[in-house]
Structures are given as C-alpha cells and as structure tokens.
Design a protein around this ligand. Structure first.
Ligand SMILES: C[S@@+](CC[C@H](N)C(=O)[O-])C[C@H]1O[C@@H](n2cnc3c(N)ncnc32)[C@H](O)[C@@H]1O
Length: 397
C-alpha cells in the first residue's frame, strides 16, 4: 500500500470496549491503531474500512477522515469545509445529514455550526456542479460527521450508514435489550470461545445467544446488510466482492456450539425465538422458560453471561436486593466449574450476591456507567460458606 492510498479512520464504540476493538482492528489489518475514549483511530487502505464494516463486532461505525483544520469561529469552519472537493467524494443527487460532536469547543451553538457545515457542503456542490444534495435526517445516503475540539475540527464521511450494531436481521426488542456490539464485547471480555457451553439464564430477546452463534458459525456481523461506502464515488466493487467472498470461504470455528438460553417469561422467549430465526438460527440454541433460581447447569463447565433487570424505582430496587443473594446461592449450588459474567449498572450487586468478583470491568451502556463482574464458581464454595456460617464468620464482599 502506498502512502497516498493510506487513509485515516476513526471507529467509535461503547466506552470500555476500546481495547477489545483495537485488538479486532489489528486482526483486520489496521495500522497506526490509537485507542481514544469512546473509539479507536486507525489507518489503512479503504479496503481495511470495508473489512472493519463487515467483520467488526465491537465498532458502532467506521468514519473516514476527509479533512481537518484549525478554527476560532463559525466562519473558519465554513471556509475549511467549503474548501474540500465534496463533489469528488459523492454525487450531489444523494441526500445528506450532518452530525457534530464537540469537546471544549468555544462555539456557542452546535445547532448553528451544524447548519453552517451543511451550507458549506451544499454551496460547494452548487458552485461546482449546479446540483446540491438535499438533507434527509432520517435516512440519509451520506452522513458527515464533524468533531470539534478547542481549536481544531476534523471532518469524516461515515462509511457505515446505519450503525454497525444493527446487524441487518429483523429484530424484535424486549425489556432493555443490549446493543449487539456491547453484547459481543462482553462475550469477548468473558473469554468465551465457541468450544465452550454458553448459558444466558435471563436471555430476554436473545442478544448474547445470537452474537455467540454468529461467532461460532463464522458469520460476519455485517453479512446481511448494506453500507454507506457503497454509495461513495471511490467505491471499489471488485475489492468489496473479494472481501465478501473471502469471508464466505473462511471455515466456521464451531458449527454446532452448545448455546443455552432461558428466561422467566414466555413472552421474552417468544422474542428470542423470533430473533434467532430471523438471524438464521431457528432451533439451534436450547431455549426454555425457567426461573434462573431454579435451573441446573446444562454442562459440567461453561460460561454464564447475564444482564439482570435493572431496577429504577424504589420497589424494584428492594426486589433486586433480595434477588441477588438468591442468584449467588443458585450459582454456588449448581454452577461449580463455571465462570459467570454479570453485567449491570447496579453497583450493589457484588456486595449482595455473596461471591467475590475476580474481575470488575467498567463499561458504559450508552451514558449509563455499568460493570461486568466476573465470578469463578469453584466446587465446594457452598461447603466453605456453610462452614463459615456455622463458625459465625460469614464473609461477604
Ligand atoms: C435486562 S433484560 C435482559 C435483556 C437481554 N440481555 C436482551 O438483550 O434482550 C432482563 C431479563 O431477565 C428476565 N428475568 C427477570 N427475572 C428473572 C428470573 N428470576 N429468572 C430468569 N429470567 C429473569 C426478564 O424477563 C428479562 O428478559
């Protein structure tokens, strides 16, 4: 790859997953990898961005850096944006949307600078070609992102379009479903590999199960969808088709993984079934309606992942406070030999569950600060706890 072919990109992701995303991008051939808060910068040919869109389970988008400059005022930004040869990047008949994010910018109004950036692009099109793109904020063909820092702006074209956690299969959502890229990141952090049994005992709409099955079957997360880069002028269809063909011919890590899901409510399981079928996994996962407190481990060892309901109201908070110790007891009684990963925003969990977490990873679900707690359930945990109770020395984390 020549230096001219090398482009700079930024892939945003859920906060806390930057290191996982950096590892994923390195495997896809990215260079100059620079994790930042909420995403990872990298460089490479456009084909690396195509691969990242198709294969990244963690990125929310892949943004292509097309310009940058210094500014002090709205007019400086207008001039910097207007100076770029936009008609060479995409066709003026396409619709656009401008997004602005700012950190310590001196400008007063983000709405106003968003408008000025849109004008700068449209004015450039009109003077150069006589045609100008129109704005579509709901379903634009082309998304432009501007990132404003203290005295510097950076402009990006979004190569993804719809965010990458939208995998393409029809999804029905239940109570507080996890975003797919957050679920995939949690699976990665758990160290689960497709040769190990996986159980989500509070599976809701089945997000963990679907992500795990895609990983095991070697199905790229973007296999069922389109990307915005297909609409850009520099789209290399032959290259894209080579990347997809190569993905199709890569063998699956484990075509028949042992994936188990259960939920207290039949309605939730119905959703999980619909979503699994839409993703092409009808009847592949073992699903059953059950109370997490009453299930037995489906294998001698494995990985359990769960995100329990998060109580917002006082009553729910109290209910959860009495639920967690029971979850801890169920894990100790029935899951010796398993590793359990519980993802929650409820910081009371480790104290109340009665098990010492071997790891706590801070992660964000949108703006909500959460933790992923790791518990290694060892055989005899119950016996030890019983002994401690008998001798009046009960210890809790
Ligand atoms: C936050 S949601 C999980 C969402 C899921 N990860 C998804 O992406 O759709 C919590 C789930 O726990 C289930 N649940 C609550 N109490 C339960 C219990 N005692 N046993 C099993 N499932 C339970 C709820 O029905 C709900 O589907």
């Amino acid at each position: 790859m020549t230096e001219e072919n090398k482009q700079r990109f930024f892939a945003p992701c859920p906060r806390g997953l930057e290191a996982v995303l950096a590892g994923e991008l390195a495997e896809l051939g990215a260079e100059g990898i620079k994790p930042a808060e909420g995403g990872v910068g990298f460089s490479g040919a456009m084909s690396v961005a195509y691969s990242a869109n198709l294969h990244s389970r963690i990125a929310s988008r892949v943004l292509w850096e097309v310009g940058s400059g210094r500014y002090r005022s709205e007019d400086d930004v207008y001039r910097g944006v207007n100076a770029l040869d936009w008609p060479q990047l995409f066709d003026g008949v396409l619709t656009i949307r401008v997004n602005v994010a700012a950190v310590r910018s001196p400008l007063n109004s983000l709405d106003f600078i968003t408008l000025r950036i849109k004008d700068a692009v449209c004015d450039r099109f009109r003077t150069q070609t006589g045609v100008r793109p129109s704005v579509d904020t709901a379903q634009p063909d082309v998304r432009l992102h501007a990132f404003l820092e203290t005295d510097r702006f950076t402009l990006y074209l979004d190569t993804s379009g719809e965010p990458l956690f939208k995998r393409g299969a029809r999804q029905m959502t239940g109570e507080a479903p996890l975003r797919e890229n957050l679920a995939a990141g949690i699976l990665k952090l758990s160290g689960w590999t497709p040769d190990l049994p996986l159980l989500d005992p509070m599976c809701g709409s089945g997000t963990f199960l679907i992500e795990a099955l895609q990983i095991a079957r070697g199905i790229p997360p973007g296999a069922q969808r389109n990307f915005a880069f297909e609409k850009l002028r520099n789209f290399d269809e032959a290259q894209w088709s080579r990347i997809k063909t190569q993905a199709e011919s890569t063998p699956a890590p484990n075509p028949s993984p042992a994936i188990f899901g259960s939920d207290l409510y039949g309605e939730a399981l119905k959703l999980a079934r619909v979503n699994l079928a839409a993703a092409g996994f009808a009847d592949v996962a073992h699903l059953k309606q059950a109370n997490m407190l009453e299930i037995s481990a489906p294998a001698a060892e494995g990985v359990l992942v769960a995100n329990p309901p998060y109580g917002v109201r006082i009553g729910e908070q109290d209910e959860l406070a009495s639920f967690y110790p029971q979850v801890g007891d169920a894990l100790k009684k029935k899951f010796a030999g398993w590793r359990a990963y519980i993802f929650t925003a409820d910081m009371r969990l480790p104290k109340l569950i009665g098990l010492s977490p071997s790891k706590r990873t801070p992660l964000y679900n949108g703006a909500l600060e959460c933790r992923l707690y790791e518990f290694k359930i060892v055989a005899g945990a119950m016996r030890r706890e019983k002994k401690e109770q008998d001798s009046g020395r009960r210890t809790r984390d």
